[in-house]
Design a protein around this ligand. Structure first.
Ligand code: ASP
Length: 308
């Protein structure tokens, strides 16, 4: 059987494959820092980014990654495309096939949309975030960032805090970290923690002090109001009072615990600026840098051999 050509989710990806992607990404961090490029690698290949939801970091870093590897990069603007005129996802797929796209990066509000496209297009499809399902390259870049600071994932205690219910980032991170031997806790109000999430191998806490105690990494999540059909939290100010990550709460974790956030941040809602901008503790900017390297590794791997 041919290896899967797509990256649709972290769930089911073997630890050896995760480790290989992280190792390759590390080499791209060094390449990017040296100012060199590898333009021959994807020369003559076409990469199309198709984002049905907003994005700043993910889309830009995929495009930068594609360009650094020499691909022809096309940004399909959904707002001005025929999708707005009612074209279905599958008609869009047929159009992309006709253009001989090699790599397709998709973000969609519907969980499973990239998997559906993957069945219909000739290109290798990369999920750049689908609904509340997964955001695989975010988990890979988070893992790379952690590894660069702690040298490993195994045995680390990672507390993922806040709106876990709506977070594809949380789901991808849980799959990746647990399969690499990390201990994951999810910390938040009962309304924002999915029922039966323990089945994913995590511990659940509804109290910041207990949830953060002894944590190596504290990952704050954005309150995803756009996915909330009804008010699950009283108000942003109340939320910060109980669940916001500030210096006082961070002190519950290990004394050298590191802070992460996938962005975009709602300062003063899930995270305090003093913590987000603390150069000693916050890895948030570095996460963005790692995003480019990880996406280069993914494009490189999918264009060469697919995933095992
Ligand atoms: N940027 C991340 C995502 O697309 C996290 C977020 O939006 O809060 O899932």
């Amino acid at each position: 059987m041919n290896p899967p050509r797509h990256l649709l989710q972290i769930e089911g990806l073997p630890p050896s494959e995760i480790a290989a992607l992280l190792e390759l990404a590390e080499s791209y961090v060094l390449l990017n820092r040296s100012g060199q490029t590898e333009r021959d690698l994807l020369h003559g290949r076409t990469l199309i980014t198709l984002f049905f939801e907003d994005s700043t970091r993910t889309r830009t870093s995929f495009e930068l990654a594609g360009k650094r590897l020499g691909a022809d990069v096309i940004t399909m603007s959904v707002a001005t495309s025929s999708v707005n005129k009612g074209e279905t996802l599958l008609d869009t797929a047929a159009t992309l096939n006709a253009m001989h796209c090699d790599l397709l990066v998709v973000r969609h509000a519907q969980s499973g949309a990239p998997a559906l496209l993957a069945q219909k297009v000739d290109a290798a499809v990369i999920n750049a975030g689908d609904g509340t399902h997964e955001h695989p390259t975010q988990a890979l870049l988070d893992a790379l960032t952690i590894c660069r600071h702690r040298g490993r994932l195994e045995g680390l205690v990672v507390a993922i805090c806040g709106d876990v219910l709506h977070s594809r980032v949380a789901r991808s991170n849980i799959h990746l970290l647990t399969s690499m031997g990390g201990h994951v806790r999810v910390v938040g109000p009962p309304t924002l923690i999915p029922p039966a999430i323990e089945k994913m191998g995590v511990e659940v806490f509804h109290d910041m002090r207990a949830g953060l105690a002894g944590a190596d990494i504290v990952m704050a999540l954005r309150l995803q109001k756009e996915r909330m059909a009804r008010g699950l939290v009283p108000s942003a100010r109340e939320y910060f009072r109980f669940w916001g990550l500030d210096a006082e709460r961070l002190a519950y974790a290990k004394s050298d615990a590191l802070v992460m956030h996938p962005g975009p941040m709602n300062r003063g809602v899930e995270i305090d600026s003093a913590v987000a901008d603390d150069p000693e503790r916050s890895l948030i900017r570095e996460q963005v840098e790692m995003g480019v390297a990880v996406r280069m590794a993914v494009l490189d791997t999918l264009s060469r051999r697919g995933l095992s």
